[in-house]
Design a protein. Structure first.
Length: 252
């Protein structure tokens, strides 16, 4: 691949996507900020949920415009969050899908993610101790919400990752339960496992397809693009994270 096949933009993802060509992106793979109070260096992750929903709607509208007619999105989010006084306990997948459906996205499936050797979540609230009066039952797992613009079937077929030698991997990926290894190097405040974009690229795109991650972070999606011969665009508001991603890609 040429150096020009991977592009990084430092700036606001909505502003940058609004300048991109309409109907130009084959696949968006991303894990957006969840608004759960993470201390990012260039983003306020502590908004009210109503304010955060306006942001979700705005970036999803910009993303839909630049997706091709057969363009797809793989959106990594947790099933639920608890932001207490800023919105309480929320079924985040449902909140996202309601917005996406209103904008014009179509539903293509939901992938359950299973972390290999999962990090134990330290419970700080039992709800009610040793009593069913008000137990706090919390699911820390994440998923990948799959959607598309106008049609699911790709109009143009390219070179597939799959062949007769790895058909078992194809079967595993269409069965929507993906194992992944957590990223533990602490490259940014919220780390995206390389396993997730690798799996999404294999099952949702062809070689040379144009892939976008509007919340690039440390560049994990772009690393996956380089490994699997896809063209990649990453957008990141943090200059520091852009530098981390650039260095990481050079080391690939």
């Amino acid at each position: 691949m040429n150096k020009s096949d991977i592009t990084i933009y430092n700036g606001d993802c909505i502003e940058i996507m609004n300048q991109m060509l309409e109907n130009s992106i084959d696949l968006i793979i991303t894990s957006p900020p969840y608004n759960v109070g993470i201390d990012y260096d260039s983003w306020d992750d502590k908004k009210s949920f109503e304010e955060h929903k306006l942001f979700i709607r705005d970036w999803l509208k910009s993303a839909l415009r630049i997706l091709k007619k057969d363009g797809r999105m793989a959106l990594n989010i947790p099933y639920e969050i608890n932001i207490k006084e800023k919105g309480g306990r929320l079924f985040l997948v449902s909140e996202y899908w309601k917005i996406m459906q209103e904008i014009g996205y179509n539903f293509a499936g939901l992938v359950d993610l299973k972390e290999i050797q999962p990090h134990r979540v330290k419970l700080t609230a039992w709800g009610s101790w040793l009593s069913p009066s008000a137990p706090y039952i919390y699911n820390p797992k994440e998923c990948v919400l799959l959607t598309y613009k106008k049609q699911w079937k790709k109009e143009t077929k390219g070179t597939s990752y799959f062949n007769k030698g790895n058909k078992k991997e194809f079967q595993d990926l269409v069965y929507a339960m993906w194992n992944y290894q957590a990223e533990t190097r602490g490259l940014t405040k919220a780390n995206f496992s390389l396993d997730i974009p690798l799996k999404a690229l294999k099952i949702l795109s062809f070689e040379e397809d144009l892939i976008l991650d509007p919340f690039m972070g440390s560049g994990t999606t772009l690393v996956a693009c380089k490994q699997l011969n896809r063209k990649g665009i990453g957008i990141e508001i943090s200059k520091n994270y852009c530098e981390i991603a650039t260095k990481r890609l050079k080391n690939e």
